[in-house]
Design a protein around this ligand. Structure first.
Ligand SMILES: NC(=O)c1ccc[n+]([C@@H]2O[C@H](COP(=O)([O-])OP(=O)(O)OC[C@H]3O[C@@H](n4cnc5c(N)ncnc54)[C@H](O)[C@@H]3O)[C@@H](O)[C@H]2O)c1
Length: 168
């Protein structure tokens, strides 16, 4: 297969934009950048690139319909989109829930093998954070482990450490 068109998620971020510059400089490929343009995305970092080779689609990698359409046109996907400032997620339980739910849904997508067999994978995620669930790393991991078993007991998905009776 000839590689001509790349889909680069998070391509307006720090690493992604440098990667796109590298691709334009060293190959003949065209690139579609898919970026949500959060506080970390910077359109200016792509501004000097040739418009006939690089286009920016502002959107969310969680938008399955949008991603499906872009995916079909791409020969390869390079994935950089992320909430890379992890503290932002850890301080906000709602964002943690959304992140955990997104992981559960992404992993839970059925995978069809060439043989026709359909494989489904479940996920159980336990969430704990310092200092709420322990000051030492081992205590936090233990709390997360208990929460993970609580999630498992409820049939998969995610659970916060509190749900496992971990120290508050
Ligand atoms: N910067 C580093 O030193 C470093 C080191 C190792 C690994 N990484 C990893 O490389 C990846 C990119 O890092 P970075 O430093 O370029 O991060 P960054 O924060 O600069 O860029 C992330 C980009 O993703 C976009 N984005 C966030 N959520 C999105 C979503 N839901 N849909 C579409 N776009 C979304 C943001 O707008 C941003 O442009 C991350 O996974 C990061 O953890 C970075």
């Amino acid at each position: 297969m000839t590689l001509t068109h790349l889909l680069v998620t998070g391509g307006a971020g720090f690493i992604g934009s440098n990667f796109v510059h590298h691709v334009v400089e060293h190959t003949d490929h065209t690139v579609t950048v898919l970026d949500k343009m959060t506080y970390a995305g910077n359109e200016a970092s792509l501004a000097d690139l040739p418009k006939d080779r690089v286009d920016l689609v502002v959107g969310d990698i969680a938008d399955a319909e949008l991603v499906d359409g872009l995916f079909e046109k791409a020969d390869a996907v390079v994935h950089y989109a992320a909430e890379s400032h992890n503290d932002n997620s850890l301080h906000d339980p709602q964002r943690l829930s959304a992140l955990a739910q997104a992981i559960v849904e992404a992993v839970g997508q059925p995978i069809r093998l060439p043989s026709g067999t359909c494989v489904e994978v479940g996920t159980s995620i336990g969430i704990a954070s310092a200092p709420h669930h322990g000051a030492a790393g081992a205590d936090v991991v233990h709390s997360a482990d208990l929460a993970m078993y609580a999630a498992k007991k409820q049939g998969g998905g995610y659970a916060f450490a509190e749900a496992a009776g971990a120290p508050a």
